[in-house]
Design a protein around this ligand. Structure first.
Ligand SMILES: Nc1ncnc2c1ncn2[C@@H]1O[C@H](COP(=O)(O)OP(=O)(O)O)[C@@H](O)[C@H]1O
Ligand SMILES: [Mg+2]
Length: 160
């Protein structure tokens, strides 16, 4: 499936793109963020999680050492809707080295409730889930430029 592609020229623009993406996310959903160190995965996540109303931008930081950060949305979609509270997980698998580490992360638990799960370095793990899955690839495209390609893997699966 052809990916939706954008180029941003600053981290602010990438955060704005993240907020835009947030508006389209409904739990359960798995968001896989691929790309080199410094490509903007955490920056995009600041936009997604703040856009979901789960935290302030500055409170979304890299979970490189903790591996998983957990947030909660009281009311997805604003005060007029009555959707139940929902958890948002921000995971970074960069430092995960073996299966023992993964089990200690409690990722299976995260995937057993209807949540929004955002994963940096998803290549480190095989996600066995029937959840809708969105893959976002970020690439350096010059100094402060980043190419962002979004594909809906669940749509791809439906077609095959
Ligand atoms: N267009 C851009 N989009 C995102 N980040 C950018 C951009 N231009 C420069 N940057 C900088 O690049 C770095 C991206 O870091 P980060 O989001 O932590 O990357 P990752 O999580 O992929 O390792 C930040 O220092 C950010 O300020
Ligand atoms: Mg990061």
């Amino acid at each position: 499936m052809p990916a939706d592609e954008f180029v941003t020229q600053s981290s602010e623009e990438t955060i704005a793109k993240g907020r835009e993406i947030a508006g389209k996310l409904r739990p359960p959903v798995l968001v896989l963020l691929k790309g080199d160190l410094g490509s903007g995965k955490t920056t995009l996540t600041k936009g997604i999680i703040s856009g979901l109303g789960a935290a302030k931008e500055e409170d979304v930081t890299s979970p490189t050492f903790n591996l998983v950060h957990e947030f909660r949305i009281q009311n997805l979609g604003g005060s007029k809707s009555s959707s139940p509270p929902c958890k948002v997980y921000h995971v970074d698998l960069y430092r995960v080295e073996n299966f023992h580490d993964l089990e200690s992360l409690g990722l299976e638990d995260a995937l057993s409730e209807k949540a929004i799960v955002i994963v940096e370095w998803p290549e480190r793990f095989t996600f066995r889930t029937d959840w809708p899955t969105i893959e976002i690839r970020l690439d350096h495209a010059g100094r402060d430029s980043r190419r962002i390609a979004i594909s809906d893997l669940s749509a791809e699966n439906r077609l095959t």
